[in-house]
Ligand binder design. Structure first.
Ligand code: GAL
Length: 667
């Protein structure tokens, strides 16, 4: 990391290109940034039409000046590459740079994000400007990080060039053997065998014409194409600016790109988070945010950056709820608790015109430093500076939840299992909610990730299980791990082909000690009774018809034709234990279930609605308490914690509504 003397970064997207006719505003910005405790600004992602006014006609004067001013003010720079928004001269001269949609229509000159990721001319133009930027600023002392592009979209492009690239990708993967592809993807279904590579077109989502396996291949190809695009645009930067790390800003659990495939090509993980805090339930939003923070940290198992969040209203939401008092501090402390070392905002200053002029900003159109939001960011700046010793510290999680993009893509694309009711991400979140609400730190990992170090691994609805994952699940459980799976697990393999012999797949039947034969999807409003430990629960959406082979039954269905059949089971396998939950519930059973299986964990839960997370340095442990309740809440802390400056803390104290408390425990 080039973050020299570890301090939390606090900053925002800064667009000096929009204010070139307002020198007094640019001058004032630096003063305001320092006043707010901001120490970094992100620049340049949308400045291409200013940096290259016409083809090859570069003008870096505004950026030179902005970077120099920031540097003189002691503010570092995260420098963006501008590929997310192509200038009109480029779009008009090279229409092939724009994406073609699934109806084979070229996007009409779209200024943002919808470029064709394989377009040779677009790649060449992006490289050219990136090379200029890298040569000019690649060793500038103000620049601490490269921000490659902006939120790659990944919805794919259907142009001839992308079609050809997809065919080439398939040829390589299937060793030029079309028969192998036809057999592997079960293409003779509905007469779908290909007799030449040229017949393969990019499949449309949810289309009946092509095999679902081909769709999965296309989603994989698309992610790889964007990774390739990112690496190509980063190449001149790596060459001319080898000492400055790179990132690209992810957007959470975004459907179209499998971020696991990007993680090895960036140095720092960063992402843009836009929770709907007060327009939804605050605690549910905190659970969702926690899930994505944990995923970001787990990509590289090191601290990550929040590149963007909004200081106030997000203009694209309905309703446009303002960010309520204290939420900037509460949400930032939550992020830090999960491993964030930077809190970045979109945006520093509200633009005067354009689509985002109504979006929240640290400095709004009033330009004042006494607004509610500006003052809150000043307080955040102070808090981050006071707690800088937490920056760079790590987290330890003993529980992992698998969230798998390939499962999400295939489940989304397939007919059956209740159509739209599958809610894969939502199900992962429901499992996660138990741990977050009980302040048990969790890693969110992919199905290829190493699971050997965890006490509990949870794989909700892992519909697609690769053969290699089955092996690792067997190994993990045999060696003493606790594995939890649910309905709709292990139905298909990596080619989206069903496992034969009943589900869950192959050896997983031995691991769970069961075989399952049917998955019933229930009409909305219909429930099936479940009984466990003499308590009653309700199944909604899904019930499976399961047979125990060696497993103990820990919950039983009590109605419909499932009556008397197992609803949840526990099986000993090697030194470990595997649990299978054969129904979806409204949350009550998951609480009961996880209460039981986590009881041997020593963990600390502050109070209902108060979350806590821990970060660890070599000689201290930090406890970050976050009160997501609107009211004052009393918490009792574990022994040996004090305030970060060493002052003793009472065992019990109140945290105000939406307030925070940071504590320390010297080892
Ligand atoms: C993000 C984007 C920003 C800005 C923001 C508005 O997705 O990266 O550039 O548009 O949304 O909320």
């Amino acid at each position: 990391m080039s973050q020299k003397n570890l301090v939390f970064l606090l900053g925002g997207d800064f667009s000096p290109e929009q204010w070139q006719d307002y020198p007094e505003i640019l001058e004032k910005d630096i003063t305001l940034m320092k006043q707010a405790g901001c120490n970094v600004m992100t620049l340049g992602m949308f400045a291409w039409s200013v940096l290259e006014k016409t083809e090859g006609n570069y003008d870096f004067s505004f950026l030179d000046e902005a970077i120099e001013r920031l540097y003189a003010g002691g503010i570092s720079v995260i420098l963006g590459t501008p590929s997310a928004a192509m200038p009109y001269w480029l779009a008009k001269k090279y229409p092939e740079a724009a994406r073609v949609d699934e109806n084979m229509m070229r996007e009409a000159c779209v200024p943002r994000a919808f470029f064709c990721p394989s377009s040779p001319v677009y790649r060449q133009k992006v490289r050219a400007i990136n090379e200029q930027l890298a040569k000019r600023y690649g060793n500038h002392p103000a620049v601490i990080l490269w921000h490659i592009s902006n939120e790659y979209q990944g919805i794919g492009c259907y142009c001839e060039n992308c079609q050809n690239k997809f065919r080439e990708w398939l040829k390589k993967k299937y060793n030029n053997d079309l028969n192998l592809l036809n057999r592997t993807l079960w293409n003779n279904f509905w007469s779908g065998d290909f007799s030449s590579w040229d017949e393969i077109d990019i499949p449309k989502p949810k289309s009946r014409t092509y095999g679902t396996g081909l769709y999965l291949e296309w989603k994989r190809f698309t992610t790889e194409l964007y990774v390739d695009f990112m690496c190509a645009e980063a190449e001149p930067i790596r060459r001319f600016s080898p000492n400055i790390p790179i990132t690209t800003n992810f957007h959470g659990c975004f459907f179209d790109l499998d971020y696991h495939k990007f993680k090895d090509y960036v140095d720092i993980i960063s992402w843009d988070i836009y929770p709907r805090w007060h327009s939804n339930n605050v605690i549910d939003e905190a659970v969702k945010a926690g899930f994505t923070y944990d995923m970001c940290r787990s990509f590289l198992h090191k601290p990550f950056y929040i590149m963007e969040n909004t200081p106030n209203v997000a203009n694209f939401e309905t309703p446009n709820t303002t960010k309520r008092p204290n939420m900037n501090i509460l949400s930032s402390v939550q992020a830090v608790g999960h491993g964030a070392d930077m809190i970045g905002y979109f945006q520093w200053r509200q633009s005067r015109g354009g689509y985002e002029k109504t979006h929240g900003a640290i400095v709004d159109h009033s330009g004042r430093d006494d607004t509610r939001i500006f003052k809150e960011i000043c307080n955040l700046g102070k808090l981050l500076a006071e707690n800088k010793e937490i920056c760079g510290t790590s987290q330890k999680a003993e529980v992992a939840i698998i969230y798998d993009w390939e499962t999400r893509w295939t489940l989304d694309n397939i007919v059956a299992f209740g159509g739209k009711n599958k809610k894969y991400l939502d199900t992962c979140l429901k499992h996660y909610a138990y741990f977050r609400r009980n302040s048990i730190d969790v890693d969110i990992i992919g199905q290829d990730s190493d699971i050997s170090k965890y006490k509990i691994v949870i794989a909700p609805m892992l519909y697609l299980i690769k053969h290699s994952t089955i092996e690792r699940f067997c190994e993990y459980t045999k060696n003493g791990g606790t594995l939890v799976a649910t309905y709709i697990t292990g139905i298909v393999d990596e080619n989206d082909m069903c496992y034969l012999g009943g589900f869950p797949a192959d050896e997983l039947k031995d691991v769970f000690g069961i075989w399952a034969e049917e998955t019933d999807s229930l009409k909305s409003g219909i429930t099936v009774k479940v009984c466990a430990d003499e308590e009653e629960f309700e199944a909604v959406d899904y019930c499976e018809y399961i047979h125990s082979v060696t497993a103990d039954i820990i919950a039983t269905f009590e109605s419909d034709y499932f009556k008397g059949m197992p609803a949840a089971l526990r099986n000993s396998y090697g030194k470990g234990t595997a649990y299978y939950i054969g129904f979806r519930d409204n949350g009550k059973y998951l609480n009961h279930f996880y209460d039981k299986i986590t009881h041997e964990f020593e963990h600390y839960s502050p109070a209902d609605g108060v979350f806590s997370s821990k970060r660890f340095s070599d000689d201290a442990e930090y406890l970050l308490l976050q009160n997501f309740n609107a009211e004052n809440t009393t918490v009792k802390i574990p022994p040996d914690y004090c305030a970060p400056d060493g002052r003793p803390m009472p065992e019990t104290f109140d945290i105000p509504g939406y307030g925070v408390k940071i504590l320390k425990n010297r080892k």
